[in-house]
Design a protein around this ligand. Structure first.
Ligand code: ZN
Length: 200
């Protein structure tokens, strides 16, 4: 009976019944590595895999920064907003998320040089995030110890652009490097609001 209803539902609503609908963004299995969580009694930093993002991992300075379910939701929200704004036809951004490594920091760093969001060069300033390689980002834990108040979404945009265009566009909305547009800055604001809605 249930089977009949399901078949009927498929026909009536044209739902894809082969297993994965187009709304499925991540279809990874629940890998054994995901069962390892932060151990408050072991030495730090610790590496913990982020559930449902294949090889994605985070390096934790303590167990509060951040529990893996929080980081996983943050990555889901990032991808949701990215696809909404820019799409991901060849899955380059999804592929990036599936191998990203997030190194969380408890203190800000000083950068010798970098660019403001408007593309102006600065020297010797405090920074709250940094791209370290094509898959590694360092992210300060954020104001009030909130992921929504950290630079995680910002650094992920750099990596997403690198995955798409071959370079992370260091000067953001500036004209020296191309890729980052005002839409990317707005997307980050929206993603952060969504994180807040999830109390992150
Ligand atoms: Zn940046």
């Amino acid at each position: 009976m249930v089977k009949k209803i399901l078949i009927l539902l498929c026909i009536v609503s044209s739902v894809t019944c082969s297993g994965h609908g187009t709304s499925v963004i991540l279809s990874n299995e629940n890998r054994p590595a995901y069962k390892y969580s932060c151990n408050p009694k072991a030495d730090f930093p610790q590496m913990v895999f982020i559930p449902f993002f294949k090889e994605a991992s985070q390096i934790l300075p303590n167990c509060e920064t951040y529990p893996k379910h929080m980081t996983a939701i943050a990555l889901l929200i990032f991808y949701h907003k990215w696809v909404e704004w820019f799409g991901d036809r060849n899955y380059a951004v999804r592929g990036m998320l599936e191998k990203v490594m997030i190194r969380w920091g408890t203190e800000k760093k000083v950068s010798k040089r970098g660019y403001t969001l408007e593309g102006e060069l600065f020297e010797g300033r405090n920074i709250i995030g940094r791209v370290e390689s094509e898959s590694i980002i360092w992210v300060w834990q954020g104001y009030s110890h909130r992921i929504s108040q950290s630079a995680l979404m910002h650094e992920l945009v750099h990596l997403a652009l690198r995955a798409k265009n071959g370079h992370p566009d260091a000067d953001h909305e500036g004209m020296k490097y191309r890729g980052w547009t005002n839409a990317h800055s707005i997307m980050i604001v929206e993603a952060k609001r969504m994180l807040q809605a999830f109390n992150l």
